[in-house]
Design a protein around this ligand. Sequence first.
Ligand code: GLU
Length: 474
Amino acid sequence: MAKTDNEGRKFLESVHQFFDHAASYSKLDPGILAQIKTCNSVYKVSFPVEIEGRVEVFEGIRVQHSHHKLPSKGGIRFSMQVDEDEVKALATIMTFKCAVVDVPFGGAKGGVKINPRTSSVKTLEKVTRRYAAELIKRNLIGPGMDVPAPDYGTGSREMAWIADTYQALKYGETNALGCVTGKPVGQGGIRGRAEATGLGIYYGIREAFSDTDLMKKAGIEGNTMEGKRIIVQGLGNVGYNAANFCQQDGAIIIGIAEREGGIYNSNGIDVAEAFKHRSETGSILNFGQCKNFENSADLLEEECDVLLPAALENQINADNAGRIKAKIVAEGANGPVTRDAEKILLQKGIIIIPDLYLNAGGVTVSYFEWLKNLSNVRFGRMGKRAEEASHRRLVNAIESASGKSMSTHERSLLIQGSDEISLVRSGLEDTMINAYHEVRGVMNRKDIEDMRTAAFLSAIEKIGVSYEALGIFP
Ligand code: GLU
């Protein structure tokens, strides 16, 4: 967590250093590079909300890092630590993240200084709706303008409040639901969005394991998830889903670090059970046969194949980087590794799978949700039955040609048409695999050793194309 203003500044500096390093490989005009780097607009607002008979003033912010493509896109964070530099850093990462996975948006991020854990649901609703209204007043939110989504401290409930506020103030606008993503499925959301970031992380790590050259470098044997030892930091939506998908594919989750402490078991921890235990007892500690870590930061320094920080920024920094023993650091969170720490990790031969690629599954499925909202039709609604009829004809033809009939189970597997969830997952898997190979291609072509620099460079070159027509509007 960015604990002080200084931490927010350090985070932004770190992101700028990542950018500058990648930009040094680019042949784009330095002026264009400066434009690609800078935050295009920052809107800060204070607004009053009545809470239990008293008026309280809240501070909100929305940063639109890049308008090279519209709408701009990025989550809204609810936390007492929200500060301008932190949100700028996060908005900056969003621009490059979208470009890496070919999501046609600029980057943005927002935040409100509020503690979602100690605030009542009523307070959260009032604050969310008022913050949304402030953005609507200034034309800073809308399906073609800027489209928020969940981030740390917010979820589908807050997104539903935002969509409802927008619809109330923009009565009759056909595309209104596209003003925000990550909504509940019944309120214009899309199946598969809730777990999308975690699933994307799983696809990304799986792709890295199947990359023989990279695994040789990392000193990891075996090209699958099977038996790989993972320590995860953060059992929120991202960390939980990522760990769960990896576990379902054979990985062993040996450690889970949370705010209150960590748990470790070299034989593996059942992620779903640990999550249940934490919900029931209020703490991850004292779970089954696991060893407790009173200071969860110590758990990050244990030996493992993959360390998956999925909580907040600046978690692996110059202080602890030298003690990290993981072979791969997979960035589930945004900015968990600082630039100084990255240098140390790379020197130790540790592979870093960077945030701007690895956690892009969330915004990828947000893009699908936005497309659904603009077209006002559920994916698969028109084609599913036609697809099934065609598959059925094919299966019948195979059966009559071979003289053998299939079991009911085999038939239904072959006949099944694509519904929304299967299309979303197929789109997400394809996106994560393609982007992985694009980044690896840049590493090979440009002789770049680390994935972050290659991912940034790939994004910078794509964004640069948008500025080729610069000068039409002086
Ligand atoms: N907050 C998420 C992120 O950092 C999702 C953003 C989105 O879906 O717009 O990537």
